[in-house]
Design a binder for this molecule. Structure first.
Ligand SMILES: NC(=O)c1ccc[n+]([C@@H]2O[C@H](COP(=O)([O-])OP(=O)(O)OC[C@H]3O[C@@H](n4cnc5c(N)ncnc54)[C@H](OP(=O)(O)O)[C@@H]3O)[C@@H](O)[C@H]2O)c1
Length: 325
């Protein structure tokens, strides 16, 4: 098969389409003929050598895909050859075929095309496992997501609205703010022209928000804590601005704040299967009802993966970028 190989750590030019061996499936895995794969910010880190694949994962990048089941291992009962599916991967999505544990495979939700479904597993599993399973965002609460126009952000806005939260977002341009508003965000803050802490306080009568999903890290840590309500939770899923900073611990104590962190890729197979199962139960019905949609910005052929990475690193996109073999 053909797959994208990271020839050496570096820029988008190191992503080369090459002929490689087909993956072999284990007894509890399925082999998928990839219809589409989607980019995630972590893929750009992997390309630079800063995010190596976990032990046992495919060396090729790609954390999610959609496609058709080509073969199943002898212990797999749920899936059969010919099924159309999408899947959460530990790697290997930037390829014509990928092997994946059966527990990380999902059916295509009604109303979504096979191709566009490639953009759902990573955002759905990340947002559901953090904002809802860990931080317990509930109906009537307030929720701030930084990077509202990102793949993660566009999904988080929609699912949080269906669960009855008031949604605040930050983004860096008026076009992105307008897009997020249209998706259902209640309060849209341009972080380049406004201080988000001041705006959050104004909009919440001085209280702050109940849950924050943050991918910015160091530069926002103190300001995130300052933006939380009593008993609020900050959930960290990335550190685009850096991983080391100082905070005033006396912000945590009086407000009884919780700071959590989570990464999806290092979870065990069993843990990923548990998350995927919760996503199918809690998120798939909202997609089937048309309340949550994958937001697809652009598709590239697999041979243009370097261009797709350049687009992601420019941050011009809104939502997900797809790759089609
Ligand atoms: N822990 C996990 O398991 C996990 C899983 C998936 C993703 N993530 C993380 O979640 C983040 C989003 O991932 P993605 O794949 O959806 O990437 P993406 O689409 O490339 O989004 C990155 C976003 O960050 C925004 N941004 C950059 N600086 C900002 C700032 N100072 N304030 C607010 N927003 C800012 C950019 O928008 P602007 O143009 O508006 O700046 C862009 O929309 C990444 O950091 C990724 O590593 C973590």
């Amino acid at each position: 098969m053909k797959a994208i190989v990271i020839t050496t750590p570096g820029g988008p030019e190191v992503l080369q389409l090459q002929q490689v061996d087909d993956p072999e499936i284990k007894d509890d895995e399925v082999l998928i003929k990839v219809e589409a794969s989607a980019l995630n910010r972590a893929d750009t880190l992997q390309r630079k050598g800063a995010y190596p694949p976990p032990k046992g994962a495919s060396p090729y990048p790609g954390l999610e895909c959609s496609g058709t089941v080509l073969s199943v291992g002898k212990n797999v009962t749920r899936w059969k050859v010919g099924d159309q599916v999408c899947a959460l991967l530990s790697g290997g999505g930037y390829a014509e075929k990928v092997a994946v544990p059966a527990g990380q495979v999902l059916p295509i939700p009604p109303g979504v095309s096979l191709k566009d479904s490639a953009g759902l597993p990573e955002v759905a599993c990340t947002v559901w496992s953090t904002v809802f399973m860990m931080s317990r965002l509930s109906a009537g609460e307030t929720f701030l997501v930084h990077g509202g126009s990102s793949g993660i952000g566009t999904f988080a806005i929609q699912i949080a609205k269906t669960k009855g939260a008031t949604v605040f977002i930050t983004a860096g341009s008026e076009d992105k703010l307008a897009f997020c508003k249209n998706l259902g965000a209640d309060v849209c803050i341009n972080y380049k022209t406004e201080d988000f802490v001041t705006r959050v306080k104004e909009e919440t009568g001085g209280k702050g928000v109940d849950v924050i999903l943050d991918c910015i890290g160091a530069a926002y840590l103190q300001r995130n804590l300052d933006s939380l309500n009593f008993d609020g939770t900050l959930c960290l899923i990335g550190f685009q601005s850096g991983a080391v900073t100082e905070i005033k611990l006396n912000t945590l104590l009086p407000k009884r704040l919780t700071v959590q962190g989570a990464a999806l890729r290092p979870r065990s197979r069993e843990n990923k299967a548990m998350v995927v199962n919760e996503v199918e139960k809690n998120v798939w019905p909202a997609i089937a009802a048309g309340k949550v949609k994958p937001i697809i910005y652009k598709s590239f052929p697999l041979s243009d993966t370097g261009e797709a990475h350049r687009l992601m690193e420019s941050s011009e996109h809104i939502g997900k970028i797809l790759l089609v073999p």
